[in-house]
Design a protein around this ligand. Structure first.
Ligand code: ADQ
Length: 463
């Protein structure tokens, strides 16, 4: 069987894998040999082009260092100040600096040059996420004819938003050099198709590009998930139980409403707190009987827009506290640190409501983990944004428009008032969907689809 080479911005670190994705890919690599390639986390003046191999808890990892300026342009710059906001339809939060694009391409070229000597003709290369869109082009330019797949972990933008991205024509051409492009949700495939079918040369930046031919690239949705049965087990483990009991004592009679996110403007956190404020304002009977716990450790905090989101959230939480707190009751707790999966599983299990309300998101794995962690005899209710990819598979969540905080407040009321029978019935359907879309199935489905692709020649034409 062919080896699998997984490529992502960072490789997994030492210690227990942080997420389901890392666990699933580790499993795939263990079965198929191969290695995981990415940036080491080290910044140096003149990086060596040779990858360093290391065995990390049985996983073979190959890493390269990057030059500081290139890394800034590639990561904080083009990837996270242009691609991330634009793909999440937040053009207002994008910052464009023209020179970032060169750094972005330089790093992709460096990845390709370091990978090249490690490749065998039969290897299957699986590239992950928006940081590495040009990697197939860079590899094909070095005459790599292997099967190369790309998987996007974030939504694909609408055509209008795509046109606002500098060099979008080249980026789309880069996607056409992959054998398979995997998207989070059907919505993303539809957005891609809309672009592919309606593009005209004049709409593409970076002339003299002509329209991009996607004829040899298969594009399909591969909705990623978690391992819901592993979460079900984890949620009753002693580590999870320790957190659950600790929290149960603190909660007393109160029902817990839980949000777990990276602190990111795409996650709709200020709107979420506003919806909670409206719940308390419109339904005095819930005061002292509910508590919102929002866990949101900072991420990408060198980027101004992330600091601003953090400030806004601080102010919103302060406002709700000031408005509703009493000497012996606080309506919410906002925790700015990450917790390990066992603690999260305990909190998920205790929470009567899982509140997952991104303004726009890929699938969103927190929704899956919340479902997996529930007690089948007394499950909680998932309140989920229509704009998370997971809304396509979780029909039995209470779906909300996160921009409409009145609607989200009403969904919270419904969730808190929902009788046990209805909670059980909805959860049973949600759990079946989470199992069907487990991360194992995701990885298997993707690789089954990528495997039969016919090798290409260096011009990108299939033999
Ligand atoms: P993220 O934006 O990171 O992922 P999400 O899918 O919600 O968002 O979470 C990923 C993982 O991080 C989960 O396993 C979760 O438990 C963990 N996590 C999140 N917040 C945490 C916290 N406060 N403390 C500890 N752990 C936390 C991106 C896309 C998603 C897409 C995934 C996978 O934005 O839409 O589904 O990649 O493709």
């Amino acid at each position: 069987m062919s080896r699998i080479i997984v490529v992502s911005n960072r490789t997994p670190g030492k210690g227990p894998a942080a997420g389901g994705l890392a666990v699933a890919l580790r499993k795939t690599l263990a079965e198929r040999e191969g290695f995981w390639f990415g940036w080491s986390g080290k910044l140096v003046e003149t990086p060596s082009i040779e990858a360093r191999f290391e065995d990390i808890d049985g996983l073979t990892v190959a890493q390269i260092d990057l030059n500081r300026e290139d890394h800034h342009a590639y990561y904080a710059g083009f990837s996270n100040s242009i691609l991330w906001p634009s793909f999440h339809l937040r053009l207002d939060l994008a910052t464009i600096e023209a020179h970032w694009y060169e750094g972005y391409r330089r790093v992709n070229s460096q990845f390709a040059r370091a990978l090249l000597p490690q490749l065998k003709p039969d290897d299957i290369i699986w590239v992950h996420d928006y940081h590495l869109i040009p990697l197939a082009t860079e590899l094909r330019n070095l005459d790599v004819r292997n099967r190369i797949g790309f998987y996007l972990h974030i939504p694909f933008p609408t055509t209008d938003a795509l046109y606002a991205i500098p060099h979008h024509g080249e980026l789309m051409r880069d996607l056409s050099r992959y054998d398979l492009v995997g998207m989070q949700a059907n919505r993303d495939v539809a957005a891609f198709t809309e672009f592919a079918e309606h593009q005209t040369p004049s709409t593409l930046s970076g002339s003299p590009l002509e329209s991009v031919d996607f004829g040899r690239t298969e594009v399909a949705a591969f909705p990623i998930g978690s391992d819901p049965d592993a979460f079900a087990k984890l949620a009753v483990s002693s580590a999870a139980n320790k957190m659950l009991k600790r929290m149960e004592r603190a909660m007393g009679e109160q029902e817990l409403i839980l949000g777990v996110d990276r602190l990111d403007y795409s996650k709709g956190l200020p709107q979420r707190v506003e919806a909670y404020e409206k719940l308390l304002a419109n339904n005095a009977r819930f005061r002292r009987l509910v508590h919102l716990l929002q866990i949101a450790p900072p991420s990408r905090d060198s980027i101004k827009e992330y600091q601003e989101t953090s400030d806004t959230l601080d102010a919103m939480c302060g406002r709700v506290m000031g408005r509703f707190a009493e000497p012996d009751w606080s309506p919410l707790t906002y925790v700015k640190r990450a917790y390990g999966q066992p603690s999260l599983a305990g909190l998920y299990r205790l929470a009567r409501v899982g509140l997952v309300t991104p303004l726009r998101d890929g699938m969103n794995l927190v929704a899956h983990e919340y479902v997996g962690s529930q007690d089948p005899e007394d499950p909680g209710v998932l309140v989920l944004s229509r704009f998370a990819g997971a809304a396509e598979i979780f029909d039995d969540a209470i779906l909300v428009n996160p921009f409409d905080t009145d609607e989200t407040a009403e969904a919270l009321r419904m969730a808190l008032d929902m009788p046990l029978d209805e909670r059980k019935q909805r959860w049973t359907t949600l759990m079946a969907a989470a199992r069907k879309h487990s991360v194992d199935n995701w990885s298997k489905n993707y690789l089954d689809r990528l495997a039969p692709a016919t090798p290409r020649d260096s011009s990108g034409t299939r033999d």
